[in-house]
Design a protein around this ligand. Structure first.
Ligand code: HEC
Ligand code: HEC
Length: 205
């Protein structure tokens, strides 16, 4: 075999191999992202089940007041959010809400107790929870979520103290233990981790 024929043979060989590699990778990429998105959406469903629990959504209102109880009734005593979610002078959240739950009086407490800003509302103005897709969009929009990217959201869900209160909510004014979200906090953090790793997909509707 002459040198030039060997050269041509080698060139053919390389061309065939690279076409084959290209063809498989082109075929594989949609197959790789589809399950990733599906896993992410499954994780989102778990996250969503926690967000719409009264222990969370009672502070994420679209109105001037927080809500109370599992029936999410308007906060008593005409408590209003005020300019920064801490109430108004004369009726600040911290007047009643201390650093920890006061189980003898039924006032829940945690550090820096205040309402989430209106930009982080997960309900409409009639106190109806937004759709899962709309809540997902609100949470992932960095113009409204205090510029949190995936890792920052994960840290918030895993470590924030107001989030953590939802799993240690104490007793209400009747002495009954408040209900907690459907997942444990560890499961919630893990679902958030999976969702962030999958690129934070949101449902389409
Ligand atoms: C006592 C009120 C309160 C409770 C209860 C509460 N939050 Fe919030 N939440 C806030 C405040 C205030 C912020 C704004 C934090 C900041 O300043 O960045 C916030 C922000 C958030 C954000 C940031 C992203 C966004 O756009 O909303 C997430 C996620 C969140 N909360 C999740 C939860 C979850 C999950 C629970 C329940 C397990 C919960 N919160 C319960 C007050 C509350
Ligand atoms: C006058 C005292 C008082 C003030 C001021 C006050 N709260 Fe409350 N809050 C209470 C009491 C008491 C409860 C418990 C009611 C119950 O268990 O039925 C409560 C319950 C809540 C709950 C319900 C927890 C749950 O999931 O059921 C939220 C949320 C809340 N307050 C937010 C706020 C915010 C935000 C502010 C400031 C804007 C505020 N409160 C100001 C006394 C007060």
């Amino acid at each position: 075999m002459s040198r030039s024929r060997m050269g041509v043979g080698l060139a053919w060989f390389l061309l065939t191999v690279s076409v084959a590699v290209f063809a498989t990778s082109a075929q594989e990429s949609p197959n790789r992202t589809a399950p990733r998105r599906a896993d992410g959406l499954a994780a989102w469903q778990q996250i969503h089940s926690v967000l719409i629990h009264p222990r969370c959504i009672n502070c994420h209102t679209a109105v001037d007041y927080p809500q109370q109880g599992d029936e999410r009734r308007r906060h008593y005593a005409n408590v209003v959010r005020g300019p920064d979610g801490h109430g108004v002078p004369g009726l600040q959240c911290a007047t009643c809400h201390q650093e920890s739950n006061a189980n003898s009086t039924g006032v829940p407490g945690s550090h820096d107790w205040h309402l989430a800003p209106l930009s982080m509302a997960w309900q409409d103005r009639n106190d109806k929870p937004l759709s899962s897709a709309a809540i997902c969009r609100a949470i992932t929009d960095r113009r409204t979520n205090h510029n949190m990217d995936g890792p920052a959201l994960l840290k918030h869900n895993a470590e924030d103290t107001l989030v953590g209160w939802a799993w240690e909510p104490g007793r209400d004014i009747h002495g009954n233990t408040r209900t907690v979200p459907p997942l444990s906090r560890a499961e919630f953090a893990e679902a958030t981790r999976q969702w962030v790793e999958a690129g934070m997909p949101c449902p389409q509707l």
